[in-house]
Design a protein around this ligand. Sequence first.
Ligand code: ATP
Ligand code: MG
Length: 262
Amino acid sequence: MDITTTDLGLAARVADLTKTYGTGSSRVTALDGVSVGIRRGQFTAVMGPSGSGKSTLMHVMAGLDAPTSGAAWIGDTEITGLSDGQLTVLRRRRVGFVFQAFNLVPTLDVRGNILLPFELDGRRPSGDESARIEALIARLGLADRLSHRPHELSGGQQQRVAIARALATAPDLVFADEPTGALDSRTSREVLDLLADASKRHGQSIAMVTHDPIAASWADRVLFLGDGRIVADKPRQTAEEISAHMLRAEGERAGAAQGEAA
Ligand SMILES: Nc1ncnc2c1ncn2[C@@H]1O[C@H](COP(=O)(O)OP(=O)(O)OP(=O)(O)O)[C@@H](O)[C@H]1O
Ligand SMILES: [Mg+2]
């Protein structure tokens, strides 16, 4: 496979990726031969029914989970086959991740959680970085919660801390798993604006899982997963177009299931 010419412009990609869990009758195929790239500087939304493999795909692309077969690259570094130590360093320097379950450190306050990526990298933010982090904190409405611990925050506030932490080091590549899932529409809009800005103004590459057609309509590109496969790959869509596509896909699934049952 020719990596040098075809993959310029891809911030991350996977080739023929499969991921299975369990064995025998409890075997689940979470990803089934997925090949896709996340384009540099683009905001990509990933949609699909619950259980279609979205989180698994994000985890494997970010090097948080190993595939059963296939390969994954971050930039032009193949990450499948790297040691845990090498992966940790690569991720720390280049990747931000917003988990579906936030993953905040319970013993650290909000500021400590946001600064954790620096802490783990054994350095302090520079003056410019500090200014950017303060701006993120203000924009995400966290300024008056900085000395609170995660359990003292609402779900939406915790989610915003996780977003601030993922963006704190201005990583090249950001994976966000339903980053607006716990947010009201005004706060969602702020987060989406932040992610869109990160790609447009700062050239960061963003991959965002969402169930919300309005959130996905902010993206430059929308990938649809179904049963562990990429079933559609579309340029920017309106929320109405995305909803229509999802309804059609669900109808087809229901139809196929009826066909199987008949
Ligand atoms: N650790 C695990 N062990 C066994 N099965 C798993 C594990 N993680 C995920 N799966 C299965 O893999 C499939 C894909 O899961 P995944 O979490 O990627 O879905 P998703 O598209 O993110 O769904 P949701 O929208 O509900 O978050 C599901 O059938 C799930 O049950
Ligand atoms: Mg998920």
